[in-house]
Ligand binder design. Structure first.
Ligand code: SF4
Length: 289
């Protein structure tokens, strides 16, 4: 990532004469302090996000998750030494949205690519961003073995229960009874098996040291998800082993719901099968309250 690119993409924040100003896209409030009108930034685009418009459908939660990744990378001062590995799926263009060095991996191979990058460049911070079809089906072998080897990388799993980009087909994570384009009568476990809970499945592996599941259906959950993501990143920074955070995400288009109903569906139905929380933390770490 060149200096020029960073400067052209970052939010224009200037300070002068005691007054802070931002680009027009930032939100400002005015405060009177000591009788002087002050401007105070209350919302701005993190430096880790570019100005590109995303291709996501209205109500899709990929955008919120991108923002959290960008915020945490910035807060941990990792933007300059991060290599992200994108995958195939709706988030295939993530290299356009995150303001860090990115690689696009073939379908399911993100953790194999991340392994190579981290071993060749151990001082880099390396994460993958993968959908459930990519990480939990086509890339199952890469996921299991990267975790078993304790690769010092962080996997971000975005689970919406379907293959979103290709039209909403059944995924390994589709809930029992859930209708998809390839299970129009609802998923029948007797025929197609049960959904895979990836963090729980990986928990028996010694190399997998931090495993958690979060969602972003409300401000409270977004804040919690950010704390969890930061802990996963810290696991890598401390060289403790493999970390993975699963985000329960919405796909209103393929679920055939409006965006608000899709969020309520996660809160009322999806979490019953995929409980939120930290599934495994490093020895000596207290679980988040
Ligand atoms: S198809 Fe689903 S996951 Fe993909 S962008 Fe649209 S809402 Fe998001």
């Amino acid at each position: 990532m060149s200096q020029e690119v960073r400067e052209s993409r970052g939010p224009a924040v200037e300070e002068g004469a005691g007054v802070q100003t931002t680009s027009p896209k930032s939100s400002l409030v005015r405060e009177r302090e000591g009788g002087v009108d002050q401007k105070k930034v209350v919302f701005a685009r993190p430096r880790g996000l570019t100005e590109a418009h995303t291709i996501y459908c209205p109500g899709c939660t990929h955008g919120i998750i991108h923002r959290l990744v960008a915020e945490v990378l910035e807060e941990l001062d990792l933007l300059e030494r991060t290599v992200g590995v994108g995958s195939i799926g709706c988030s295939v263009l993530i290299y356009d949205y995150l303001n860090v060095d990115m690689i696009s991996a073939a379908h399911g191979r993100a953790l194999a690519v991340a392994t190579g990058v981290k071993r060749v460049l151990p001082d880099r911070f390396v994460f993958t961003y993968q959908g459930d079809g990519d990480l939990a089906s086509i890339g199952t072998a890469e996921t299991v073995h990267a975790a078993a080897r304790g690769e010092r990388v962080t996997a971000i799993l975005v689970n919406n229960g379907v293959y979103g980009m290709t039209g909403g087909q059944m995924a390994p994570t589709t809930l029992p009874g859930m209708r998809t384009t390839t299970s129009p009568a609802g998923r029948d476990p007797a025929l197609t098996g049960f959904p895979i809970r990836m963090p729980e499945m990986l928990a028996s592996l010694e190399g997998a040291v931090y495993l958690a599941r979060v969602t972003v259906t409300s401000p409270k959950e977004v804040l919690r998800a950010k704390r969890v993501l930061k802990r996963a990143f810290e696991v890598q920074l401390q060289g403790l082993g493999f970390s993975l955070v699963e985000f329960l995400s919405s796909c209103p288009i393929n679920w055939k719901m409006d965006p608000v109903d899709a969020l309520r569906y996660i809160e009322t139905e999806v979490v019953k099968y995929y409980p939120l929380g930290e599934i495994k933390v490093p020895e000596g770490w207290k679980p988040l309250a």
